[in-house]
Design a protein around this ligand. Sequence first.
Ligand code: ZN
Ligand code: ZN
Length: 252
Amino acid sequence: MKTTKVKAEVHTHSIASFHAYSTIGEMINMAEQKGLELLAVTDHGPSYPDSPHTWYFENLKAIPRKVNSIYFLRGAEANLISYDGTVDIPQEILAKLDWVIASIHVPFLEPGSIKDHTDTYINALKNPMIDALGHSGTPSFPYDIDSVLETAKKLDKVIELNNHSFIARKANIENCKKIARRCAELGVNVVLTTDAHSAFEIGETDECWKMAMEAGIREEQILNISAERFLSYICRRRGYDRSIFENTKSEG
Ligand SMILES: [Zn+2]
Ligand SMILES: [Zn+2]
């Protein structure tokens, strides 16, 4: 089976979002089969009519932090629903998660001006419970790339480069390339993700990797290249002790 250089898979959807198709157990097994080291499940925030109730996010502690050789992280892909950076998952629930991506999904935020979209992303980055901006290349939501990336760098936050955009959001690609180039030039940390909606997509980051390399992104900037690098970022950001990720028991 093909292996990837990116060993921590940090943007995935389980069957808890009903337009995705695999259980977390199937996803962990697939991650292991593909030689990955870490899986973060980041189901959609509740604005989607088929996304899980907020209880689902609170109860992710039912899944051990380590299953066989795979580290499991409790995550979410929250929807940005206001230019003030508000997302659709309450702050106290975000605080119980390890890794939060904030994304704009077209139905849940009205397109506005470049300033509106820039404010949305900068305000999201200022939220201490949000770690990363997801697939920000959507053409209907252009933003001031330099201001957002400089804020991400200053606040130790992450920009996602999303392999799924090469399949499902081809109109985004030119913007993604531009964002990747500026991340390289400004030294902003990135994650390369699949946004898998079934276990079969897990670990498939080839297009994204190619784009990142062409953009001049250095391997040191890719936070999810290994479980250790990603966990050290999470521990730094959230003040965790690294040893918590060795727990093989449910905490639910
Ligand atoms: Zn998304
Ligand atoms: Zn997603």
